[in-house]
Design a protein around this ligand. Structure first.
Ligand code: CMP
Length: 140
């Protein structure tokens, strides 16, 4: 089915100037950008977005990293977009990511891992709504 998923290009990849290269991976795989913007997350926004991880030991470092520079948030649309995006990203830890995946090619560590992507249809809806109003998304 055609789905939408939220993708974040994290501060490490933005700083490396590879936003375009990462978007090309999505487009080459048949996903389309239906909404996007650049922003500097506040601590409150980062804590809210990652609220499910609040009790995890890495939460503080995760939030610190996500506010260390601007991020690029986008909504990707296409057939099986949620799973396809996760395949393109590779494993959360870049050291375990398959060759040719975004994290294998652009990421340095489990914190600075270049991209975030929604992991389920339910989370995709919540995460898209966190950043975008419906009139900011345009299907083709
Ligand atoms: P992301 O997909 O953005 O979701 C939560 C993030 O927490 C994850 O990517 C990693 O960058 C970061 N993180 C740091 N340590 C861990 C860990 N041990 N397990 C999972 N995620 C971690």
């Amino acid at each position: 089915a055609v789905e939408r998923t939220l993708s974040i290009i994290k501060p490490d990849a933005v700083a490396k100037n590879v936003i375009g290269q990462i978007i090309s991976r999505f487009e080459d795989a048949g996903l389309s950008v239906v909404g996007a913007r650049m922003l500097q997350l506040t601590r409150e926004q980062a804590e809210g977005f990652y609220a499910v991880h609040k009790e995890r030991p890495f939460f503080g470092e995760l939030v610190d990293f996500m506010i260390s520079g601007p991020v690029f948030v986008q909504v990707l649309e296409g057939e099986d977009a949620i799973a396809k995006n996760r395949d393109l990203m590779g494993a959360t830890n870049p050291k375990e990511a398959d060759p040719g995946t975004i994290r294998a090619d652009f990421a340095e560590s489990i914190d600075a891992n270049a991209v975030h992507g929604s992991d389920s249809a339910e989370n995709a809806r919540t995460e898209i709504d966190f950043f975008f109003k419906s009139d900011e998304l345009c299907s083709r």
